[in-house]
Every structure is written in C-alpha cells, then in structure tokens.
Ligand binder design. Sequence first.
Ligand code: SF4
Length: 461
Amino acid sequence: MLNKKKILLINPPGRKIYIRDYYCSKVSKAYYLPQPIDLLIQSSFFEREEYELKAMDCIAENINKTEALEKLVDFHPDFIITQVGSVSLVEDVAFFTQVKSTLPSVKIIASGDALLEDHEELFKIYSWLDVIVTNFFNDGAKKWIEKDFEAAAGIVYRGENGTETKSEKRTVKLELEVPRHDLFIQGNYRMPFANAMPMATVLTNYACPYPCTFCIMSTMPYITRSAESIILELKELKRLNYKYIYFSDQTFFQSKAVTREVLNWMIEADYGLSWMCFSRVDVLGEEEITLMKKSGCNLIMFGVEFADEEYLNEYKKNYTLDQIRETFDLTAKAGIKRLGTFLIGVPGQSEESILRTLKFAKEIKADYASFNVAVPRSNTSFREQAIEQGIIDDSVKIMDQSGDEVTMGTGKISREELQKLKRKAYLSFYFRPSYLLKILFRIRNRTEFKMHLREAYFILK
Ligand code: SF4
C-alpha cells in the first residue's frame, strides 16, 4: 500500500480569538470567526490518494497549546501547513519553536501577514520555519513538498544557496479543486448577521485589482476562479449540509461574467442557501444587486472608509460620497442589508474628521457599521508614509486592524484618544434610540431576537 505523506493544516492556539488568514490578521472584533481560508484553499491542492490530510483549528475548536502539542505528537505529520499572524506573532513563534523541538523532522510551511517582508532575516531568526507561502492561491507548497522546485510559485524557502524566491503566478481563471471543507469542524464558524448556521467560507477570487494604498490586497496579483470550479464547491457545501455561505472575496462580483454565471446557476438550481459578501460601491449596480438578492444574498459589506472626499482620493478609493449614497440606497431597495466598514486614524486625521465619518455612517443608514483603526501593513505605501512622517518606526511588526490594540496615533490624535473615539463611534452608532427602534420593529421571531441580543452583547464587550 502506498505510504501517504501526512499533512496537518493547523490554525495555532492563541489567548484571544485570532483571525490570521488572508495576510490580514486581527483579533475577532465580535464573536465572528470565518474558516481559515489560507488553509482551506491549500487543502484543495493535495490528492486524497497520495496525502493524508488532517485539519486542526485550535481557535475554532478551543484547543490550548498543551492539547495542540499532544495532538500533534499523536498524528506526527511530515508537514505542517499553517498561518502566522502579526497580531499573534509572539505566541505563534513560541508555539512553533516548541513544535519543532518536539518533532524535529516535521517541515513547517506558513503563510500570514507577519511573513511578507525581509524573508532572509525571517529564516535567520525563525529556525523552525521551512517555507513561506506568499500566495496561498498557488500550489507552491505542494510543489515544494514534491521537490518540484521549478514548478513552484508563490513561495519562499531555504535553498541550498540561501533564500529562494518563487514569484507568484498569475492565471487567467483558476480551476481550483474543491477545498476540503469536510476536514474542518462544522458549526464553529460564524459571522455577525449571518442568518443561518452552519456557515462555510468560499473564495471566488484572490486579492484585489484596486489601488487603495492602505490595503495589502492592492499589492497582490488578482486571480479569479472559473465558474465551474466555484459551482462544484457550492454543490459540495450543500451536500455537507451547510446552510450559509460567506464569500470572503475582497471584492465580490469583480469578475462579472464568472459571478453572473455562478449566481444564475444558484437561481436556476434553486440552491436555497443564504449568503453574504464584501464588495465595492462602484462595482455593484442595479442589475448586479438584483441578481444577488434573487440568489440568496442577505448582507453586503462595503468599504466606505471615509466621509471626506479628500481622503477617498488620497488613499485611492477612487469613488465619491455620492456613489456611496447611491449604492447604499439601491441595496436597501433590493432588500439586502448593508454593513459599512469605516477607517479611522490615518496619518494627520483629526477628531472632527472621525466624527464626520460617524455622522456619514448614520446618514447613509448603514444597517451595521464596523469602525477599523488604520494599520500600517507590510508592503503598503501607507506604511511607508507613516514611517516617513515619523508616526511609527520600521520595527513595528505587531498590529491589529480590529483596534484591540491601536498601533499608531495620527499625529493629531494619540493612540489612547483613538481607542476612545472608536468606542464612542460604536456606542453612538448602535445605541441611538432611532437605531434601536428600527431593530426592534424588524425582529420577526425569537431566533432574530436572540441574534440581535448576541450582537449587542459583543458590541458592548
Ligand atoms: S477595494 Fe478593498 S480590498 Fe481592494 S484594495 Fe481597496 S480596500 Fe483593499
């Protein structure tokens, strides 16, 4: 019988609910926790006949460090594929140092925002690390395992003559095999306002073609999947009894023809699962929004970011406040809820500007709002700007977009003041009487009541 190689996909343990995937780590702001998408996509590359795969999501399964090590020893993988976050860097490094000293033969392959820069230096300081995945949509890790170094793409590894970098491959349409959802514990993943459980995460495209300077996604190559490959995954999720889909694309509907084909299939096949996604106000028009509603979409998250046109231009969002107003109206008319994400704390930003952002969130009647503090992510021009202005120095590597810990002030507002303003924004948005009344009138049953109660508890927390 063929001796299968053993691979463990592991989201490491942590003291907080860390979300480490998609090169953008954070502490979970409410109680949300999507499936670790880097690991899911990587799972699709390994053939069942040749590899024995196991997944262990220590965050979703509430597995502590000691238990994780015991389980690791028990399974004794040949390879570990994992994620390392800027937000959890100290804990992750301590954990993998211990893993390597316990199982010296295991090879550790990791993606994550903490590993995007200074690769040579990283390999020097992290002796436990064997391969860095710089693009998890490529099968470079698998090619490295198979020692097919020529064909590998989207990885950096320790070569015979030092650090080897295999550049990321762009493909026109990726025919991804169905990710191994069956390996992940069902029922432990959740997003706010998802109206059914269990929830699965699906990625129909990778990265983002827009140039927003504060966002790591703008620095990566945009890749889309084929409609056939997405539909196969949706069929598998239904077979596995999932009830809700979170499309975690950075910009859903970016590849119009592919998305149209998938949504039309969902309608024709009477797919029946509700779903949510992220998109941009200038990508969705009336036709797209109508199709989304018909195919089961109940919530769209839009990156609104600022209420000042000056900032929308400076950070290259490339749309206007009027476009935001218009798309929010169209979406509401279609009967889809809108969550606006807002960015606060960019260099030079004043308290008045942040308060304008809060006012705008109310003006556009966002159903939900998420206020994120600006984070100087690796490889972004935004980070360079913050360094140039002396707001941070280059050694700042630990960061958290959720604002659990604020990385930097704005030059006009301190980190502590920013933290207070964020709290004020949440309380003012969610606990105004008109909003509370709107929610109360909307509640139709006990499940919805419980859902809103839970959201309120986590917002307050
Ligand atoms: S549109 Fe969104 S995901 Fe894309 S680069 Fe801009 S902020 Fe990032």
